[in-house]
Design a protein around this ligand. Structure first.
Ligand code: NAP
Length: 312
């Protein structure tokens, strides 16, 4: 079997095209475009690329974008004061603080920052109020990546209701909201993590596997029931040739790309899974573009709600 491609670029383009008239209508009515502020702390190269892509995509879609940068040596107080300023700003509808924060900021820094963002501007749905609303299935703003996975599944015709879904990973930003969103769409959900015994056997019972771990090629074909749908959320930059050669066949495009750039962003799903799965999302071109599309959609939604307009 060769798995059907779950084309994240095509689905993200659909979502962007659908949002375009609403962005134009908001701009005409409010006299300003919906505005997204992104805060980037430190010089993590992967984060810098993600932020650049988000800003470009939002700008192309007609949103106002503002980037606030802080050095890796910045204090948590400096970061919190930027968040407070953006919370008070009339023109900013969405605030995204790029994760991860530098380790030097302290183990609890991310939680303190997410707690500080105005829930009405919390476009990644990480404020406890929005997480609570998500648990009760009444969230307006839900985390972009798992929301993007749902869009990818639904718009690709994958049946969620009644399916057994296994989510591998239990982070606040991906795994947990992913499990809740699948549950609200009537999947039977199992959440796996680093302490789950017999993980391959558990995953192999699933109709839908979502891998959000951050370990290149971790999900091998023995994790996958023939015909199952597999969504690969993982994006790990790999510089080690041996790791890349273990995953990709000699002469493959991915190996060529590594030879050119000396680095490759690799998913959590081993390429061989394509021979077993019924449908598979690629890395790149799977979940990544949807995370960005949902960020635009959430910024528009936050702007509409803040302006008292009916969300479209
Ligand atoms: P995270 O906070 O590091 O969480 C990783 C999760 O994976 C944890 O729950 C961990 O379990 C679990 N895990 C790690 N090793 C495991 C193992 N050997 N067996 C089973 N479970 C294991 O990561 P995250 O923020 O959720 O991100 C996960 C991946 O998604 C990363 O590659 C990240 O770059 C990517 N990502 C992509 C996008 C996108 O737009 N495409 C967006 C966000 C994240 P424990 O809880 O037991 O430690």
């Amino acid at each position: 079997m060769t798995a059907r491609l779950l084309d994240g670029i095509a689905v993200a383009n659909q979502i962007r095209a659908e949002s375009a008239p609403a962005i134009a209508a908001f701009t005409a009515r409010a006299g300003r475009p919906p505005a997204l502020a992104i805060v980037l702390v430190g010089d993590d190269p992967a984060s810098a690329i993600y932020v650049r892509n988000k800003l470009k995509s939002a700008g192309d879609a007609g949103l106002r974008t503002d980037l606030e940068r802080l050095p890796a040596t910045a204090s948590l107080d400096e970061l919190l004061s930027i968040v407070a300023r953006l919370n008070a700003s009339d023109v900013h509808d969405g605030i995204l603080v790029q994760s991860p924060l530098p380790a030097a900021m302290g183990a609890d820094a991310e939680r303190q920052v997410f707690d500080a963002i105005d829930p009405a501007k919390d476009v990644d749905g990480l404020h406890p109020l929005n997480v609570g609303r998500l648990v009760q299935s009444r969230a307006a703003l839900a985390s972009c990546t798992p929301s993007g996975v749902i869009q990818l599944l639904e718009r690709s015709g994958v049946n969620i209701a009644g399916a057994h879904a296994v989510v591998i990973g239990r982070s606040d930003i991906v795994g947990k909201p992913m499990a809740l969103l699948l549950l609200h769409r009537h999947a039977t959900v199992t959440i796996c993590h680093s302490k789950t015994p017999n993980l391959p056997q558990v995953a192999a019972e699933a109709d839908i596997v979502v891998a959000a771990i951050g370990r290149p090629g971790f999900v091998t074909r023995d994790f996958v029931k023939p015909g199952a749908t597999v969504v690969d959320v993982g994006t790990t930059p790999v510089r080690d040739r041996a790791v890349v050669e273990r995953l990709f066949a000699p002469g493959s495009k991915r190996l060529e790309a590594f030879a050119k750039r000396g680095q490759l962003v690799v998913g959590d799903v081993h390429p061989d899974v394509a021979e077993v799965a019924g449908a598979l999302s690629p890395v790149p071109g799977g979940v990544g573009p949807l995370t960005i599309a949902l960020l635009l959609k959430n910024t528009l939604l936050a702007a509409q709600i803040r302006a008292g307009q009916r969300p479209t």
